[in-house]
Design a protein around this ligand. Structure first.
Ligand code: DER
Length: 229
């Protein structure tokens, strides 16, 4: 599966950028899962030493434990040296849509704090304009769901409650809230939309990440061979 190969390649490349004695923000999603695995392998081989991870989700926490990466919290560290995380869309200005895994609230905290934020994607995530292929995830506190949906419709968005796949009913986030996925015909000003969405009472966080990504690593398969740029 070429997409799996791209994800694995780019996850490995990101893991190679982690230095010993550093604090690493551990992102969420299937691509970052490879980075976590390879960080664990580098620790096991002794090539990498003395790192601690700050997980962005229960998924990242479980994977970090599985691969032997010691974990810490934001109360215990002075800074985050590097964060590695995925994305659902990346535009030419390195603005992102994230939240495919409903983890964007903790991800945004960690990714923004990090001195260096590395995005790991397969080439299919590249877009000319944000919102062209992926709806904007918005975490909402359940009691405010209806007024938030109404406010978003007034903004021209089409909100849809995210339903679980192997869980009956709506997806519940690591904070105990729900997620709506909002389609916009056009997002001419992602900086402004990000602020407007978060200003709606009842919205906890949205998946637009602007002025945050430092490096975008893109996994591709060219002439049948995996490559990263
Ligand atoms: O939920 C998230 O923000 C993830 O990083 C997601 O956007 C990317 O997940 P993937 O690497 O499995 O495509």
């Amino acid at each position: 599966d070429p997409v799996k190969v791209m994800k694995e390649e780019v996850g490995k490349a990101a893991a190679a950028l982690v230095k010993s004695n550093s604090v690493v923000g551990l992102g969420t999603g299937s691509t970052t899962a490879y980075a976590i695995q390879y960080i664990g392998e580098r620790l096991k081989s002794g090539e990498l030493k003395d790192i601690v991870g700050v997980p962005t989700s229960f998924q990242a926490e479980v994977l970090a434990k599985q691969y032997g990466i010691p974990l810490t919290t934001l109360d215990a560290i002075a800074h985050i040296d590097i964060a590695i995380d995925g994305a659902d869309e990346v535009d030419p200005q390195k603005n992102l849509i994230k939240g495919g895994g409903a983890a964007h609230t903790r991800e945004k905290v960690v990714d923004y704090l990090a001195n260096q934020f590395i995005v790991v994607i397969d080439a299919g995530k590249l877009v000319d304009k944000l919102g062209s292929s992926f709806a904007v995830p918005v975490e909402v506190i359940p009691m405010a769901m209806t007024p938030v949906m109404n406010a978003i419709k007034k903004l021209g968005g089409k909100p849809e409650l995210r339903m679980g796949v192997r869980k009956a009913g709506p997806v519940i986030t690591d904070q105990g809230n729900m997620v709506i996925d909002v389609r916009f015909d056009d997002i001419p000003d992602p900086v402004n939309l990000e602020k407007t969405l978060n200003n709606i009472p009842g919205v906890l966080e949205n998946g637009i990440f602007v002025n945050c990504a430092d490096i975008v690593l893109i996994g591709e398969v060219i002439d049948g061979k995996p490559s990263v740029r």
